[in-house]
Write a protein that binds this ligand. Structure first.
Ligand SMILES: Nc1ncnc2c1ncn2[C@@H]1O[C@H](COP(=O)(O)OP(=O)(O)OP(=O)(O)O)[C@@H](O)[C@H]1O
Ligand SMILES: [Mg+2]
Length: 581
């Protein structure tokens, strides 16, 4: 007699296995239940948790509620009110659509659903270990309360994988923060072990929710992103470059209102910080993407934590550009006094400007000590190339400690670090030249001969092509010597030999992962070595030229190492310190 070795699993076993995919830990239960409440149109959701959710979770909402029949049906597998057929999956707007969360939770806990479609008559459905234990009438207000007790009581293996209550609670809190950021229209209260943890009224915008969750200081660290490119809309908040690395790093990406884990989008946002922050530190980013539903598949992950895009590349580029623009706005705000036509830096009508601008509207300019409207003279000292942009008004500039250039704006005293600023200017110019051809170089009457270390000679050889693009033309001859015929001429003080030597020395032992990264590093190094140094006395003309050139860069507020080029001390602050107010 042959014994069949394969058998169809009983449905309760199958349910428990499936439950493992949706319900991993208490935080997943909270996620499913809160999403159900949101799908039901709730405007207020109360979340109560005990012992990190291991013992007890209760979610109450004021949403649509369920009829007696629906509440009973809801615990059956694949019972959903949200889609009817496969086509509805395309562009599905609700969080849920699989009809598996409640049955999955019910199969691994004691689950009670109390619900009413209007105040008064309601129903209570009880399930334990996947079995319906009772359906009773229960009076209550409109909405639904779902209680989950003794999670995983019947799956000891899974229970063993749970962390301590504190750790499970942290996961729940983190999840709730994410949801609260996404659904700012909803009031949330959260208690853990009887202590109120969060009480969030509806918030008008993301900044307010951030402030309510993490404090006003945290909200101040961000600049708003708001950009539409083709079919992609990118909104949200990104950390100001000067603040990156100094606080908790928070990351949130939502796609059409759904929080997702997507490292590609985060990386794209980070790429936008390129050269404004030191490498290795990572910015906080809260990004909300809107794309047509047909462009994204949300049904690829058991807990819907990941999505698949039809055109990831376009999306990531859109994110990068949006963030870049946001940072540009921020920096324009920081150097707003440098540009006469401020509106060029403003986002489209109705969109928030940099937080800083919102908080401190620019006071009317005080009577200037000198004539601020005097246009910049021709810039031929620091900056050889280019005529001066008439839109840029150069205020009187003063050099201090052979290092800083100071000037005043209506709301602040501003200091520029001459080296960092010049480095930023040259970096952008070199980068531009590098991408678009070669930089004008100067043929030397007598070629320079440089004796290098073996490692430096190796750098020279491997980077020869890139160096040529930057204006250093030369060739190796015997041993470790090179002969240089042409050098770039970014400004009259430029010491080509020293720059090349220092660059080659700086790049020895540099193992950049890609050609792109290597070139960027090379350009940044040349820019750094080519820039005027602290200790150089600058003439008035040179300072003015530097000011104008800096104002015309895309990221004026940071040098290539991510250090600030500009600092400002508000008159308010100064007045306060002098006890004037
Ligand atoms: N808080 C609630 N208020 C009103 N109806 C609810 C609530 N929770 C669940 N339901 C109803 O129960 C059904 C089943 O919920 P369940 O979470 O199991 O599936 P789903 O949300 O449709 O899909 P998914 O498994 O993807 O979450 C829902 O489709 C909805 O009709
Ligand atoms: Mg659901």
């Amino acid at each position: 007699m042959s014994v069949s070795r394969i058998a169809i699993l009983p449905s309760d076993v199958a349910d428990r296995i499936a439950a493992g995919e949706v319900v991993e830990r208490p935080a997943s239960v909270v996620k499913e239940l809160v999403e159900n409440a949101l799908d039901a149109g709730a405007t207020a959701i109360d979340i109560e948790v005990r012992e990190g959710g291991r013992q007890w979770i209760r979610i109450s909402d004021d949403g649509s509620g369920m009829s007696r029949d629906d509440a009973t049906l809801a615990i059956a597998r694949h019972a959903t009110s949200k889609i009817r057929d496969a086509e509805d999956l395309v562009g599905v707007k609700s969080f849920g659509f699989r009809g598996e969360a409640l049955p999955a939770i019910g199969s691994v806990s004691h689950l009670t659903i109390e619900s009413a479609m209007e105040d008064g008559a309601g129903v209570r459905v009880e399930v334990s270990g996947g079995t319906l234990r009772g359906v009773h009438a229960a009076a209550r207000r409109r909405g639904t309360t779902v209680t989950v007790e003794s999670l995983f009581h019947n799956t000891p293996a899974r229970q063993k994988f749970l962390r301590g209550a504190r750790s499970e609670w942290r996961a729940i809190a983190e999840l709730l923060h994410t949801i609260a950021l996404v659904r700012r229209d909803v009031r949330f209260t959260v208690t853990h072990d009887g202590k109120e943890q969060l009480a969030l009224p509806p918030a008008p915008d993301l900044v307010s929710r951030v402030a309510a969750l993490w404090g006003a200081d945290a909200a101040d660290r961000f600049v708003p992103v708001n950009d539409v490119q083709g079919i992609v809309r990118v909104a949200g908040l990104v950390e100001r470059p000067t603040d990156v690395g100094t606080g908790t790093r928070r990351v949130l990406v939502t796609v059409n209102g759904r929080a997702v884990r997507d490292i590609g989008i985060v990386r794209a946002a980070e790429a936008a910080y390129h050269s404004t922050i030191p490498s290795g530190v990572r910015p906080a980013v809260l990004l909300q993407l809107e794309i047509p539903g047909t462009e994204v598949d949300v049904n690829v992950h058991p807990a819907k934590a990941e999505v698949r895009f039809r055109d990831r590349w376009t999306l990531e580029r859109a994110v990068e550009r949006a963030v870049r623009r946001a940072l540009g706005t921020e920096e324009s705000a920081a150097v707003v006094g440098m540009v006469r036509h401020v509106p060029a830096a403003l986002p489209p009508l109705g969109q928030p400007v940099g937080i800083e601008m919102l908080r401190q509207p620019m006071p009317a300019a005080p009577a200037p000590l000198f004539d601020h409207d005097e246009p910049a003279g021709p810039a031929h000292d620091v900056e050889l190339a280019g005529d001066v942009d008439a839109a840029i008004v150069v205020p009187p500039l003063f050099q201090f400690r052979r290092t800083y250039i100071a000037f005043e704006r209506p709301d602040a005293l501003v200091l520029i670090d001459q080296h960092s600023a010049h480095e930023r200017v040259l970096y952008e110019r070199f980068l531009h030249a590098f991408e678009g051809g070669a930089l004008p170089s100067q043929r030397l009457l007598f070629p320079l001969t440089l004796h290098l270390s073996p490692a430096e000679a190796e750098v020279f050889e491997s980077e020869q092509e890139a160096l040529t693009k930057l204006g250093f033309e030369g060739e190796a001859f015997g041993g470790h010597s090179i002969s240089v015929q042409s050098v770039p001429a970014p400004h009259p003080r430029f010491d080509a030999e020293r720059c090349l030597r220092e660059t080659l020395a700086a790049l020895t032992g540099d193992r950049a992962p890609s050609a792109h990264a290597r070139h960027t590093r090379l350009i940044a190094t040349v820019a750094c070595k080519a820039a005027v140094k602290s200790g150089d006395i600058l003439s008035g003309e040179e300072m003015r030229a530097l000011y104008v050139a800096l104002a015309r860069t895309t990221l004026p507020a940071h040098d290539v190492h991510g250090r600030a080029t500009i600092l400002q001390l508000g008159w308010d602050e100064l007045d306060r310190r002098f006890g004037r107010r």
